[in-house]
Design a protein around this ligand. Structure first.
Ligand SMILES: Nc1ncnc2c1ncn2[C@@H]1O[C@H](COP(=O)(O)OP(=O)(O)O)[C@@H](O)[C@H]1O
Ligand SMILES: [Mg+2]
Length: 284
């Protein structure tokens, strides 16, 4: 019998480990994330979630493991690539657990800067190009159009000229997502985008992320504590605890997994439970 090979996932994480001295922050973790799906990584604080993102986006070189992105007829081994190539060639974009915008620039400028590689390429990396060759002017117009499109999607068109650092917190978080989308990624990695949002803003975030998945047809990798967001919009869940993967699957199954319930409720080894083991683990 011949077997038809499965279409490779957008992201395959295989046996990823990351050590900091004696601390094993991520311990032999494997999972995959598919195109046009939202894959959520959840787990108590300190479980290793952000470290996985830092390995994927070239901030850390993994101690062990293979990280493969496949799309557009090509594949990229992220663990061998530098951060800027991961963003440009493998088209992996991210946001951070703590807001990192150019606070002194306007909202619109933040979105144009996100497209600077594209613009510099259109200029041929020359002054003449910058000074107005038609190809550069076209690229510049396209960059502004894309920025306006995402400002509209995240409800910030009216605030385009505001200094980013002066925006309310929820708006800054939305601007970060818009900025990541302006780099036209195939895999969008979001680190706790709902943190600090009120319930209405969280619901809007859920709508934005499903819009990105369904209309822009890319993969989303989501680290999130807000279970109302995770359980509503995720197609696939990966649960980490103490650096290890303890569960994986569709949300409806994972939420009933005894290992996951134990990690969140904080039972001791002997099973007598001592309340929330680590702060910020959320509930559902
Ligand atoms: N650069 C680093 N140096 C040393 N330890 C780190 C570093 N980054 C993360 N850690 C440790 O790795 C573990 C996992 O951290 P992190 O990935 O931030 O967890 P999470 O995002 O799930 O809360 C924690 O114990 C954290 O202190
Ligand atoms: Mg984190």
């Amino acid at each position: 019998m011949t077997t038809i090979p499965d279409h490779p996932p957008l992201l395959a994480v295989e046996h990823l480990s990351m050590r900091f001295g004696g601390l094993v922050a991520v311990n032999d973790v494997s999972f995959s994330a598919r195109d046009r799906e939202i894959t959520a990584i959840i787990g108590p604080n300190g479980a290793g979630k952000t470290t996985v993102f830092n390995c994927l986006t070239g901030f850390y070189t993994p101690s062990v493991g293979r990280l493969t992105v496949t799309h557009s007829g090509g594949h990229w081994l992220l663990e061998r690539m530098e951060a800027h190539r991961i963003a440009r060639s493998a088209r992996v974009a991210r946001t951070f657990q703590n807001v990192r915008l150019f606070g002194g620039m306007s909202v619109l400028e933040n979105l144009i800067v996100a497209q600077h590689t594209k613009l510099m390429r259109a200029s041929g990396f020359t002054l003449a190009g910058l000074l107005g060759l038609p190809v550069y002017r076209r690229a510049e117009r396209a960059a502004v159009d894309l920025a306006r499109y995402w400002l509209d999607r995240v409800g910030l068109v009216d605030l385009a000229d505001w200094q980013a650092g002066n925006l309310p917190y929820g708006a800054q978080r939305r601007l970060e997502i818009a900025r990541a989308m302006c780099s036209e990624p195939r895999l969008l990695c979001l680190d706790e985008p709902a943190a600090g949002l009120n319930p209405r803003e969280s619901a809007e975030l859920s709508q934005l992320l499903t819009f990105i998945r369904d209309r822009h047809r890319i993969g989303v990798l989501l680290i999130e504590h807000d279970m109302s967001v995770v359980m509503t919009i995720s197609d696939h869940l990966v649960v980490l605890d103490y650096g290890r993967k303890i569960s994986e699957g569709p949300p409806a199954l994972v939420r009933r997994d005894p290992a996951v319930i134990r990690a969140y409720l904080g039972e001791d080894e002997d099973g007598d439970g001592d309340g929330n083991r680590r702060e910020g683990s959320g509930g559902w």
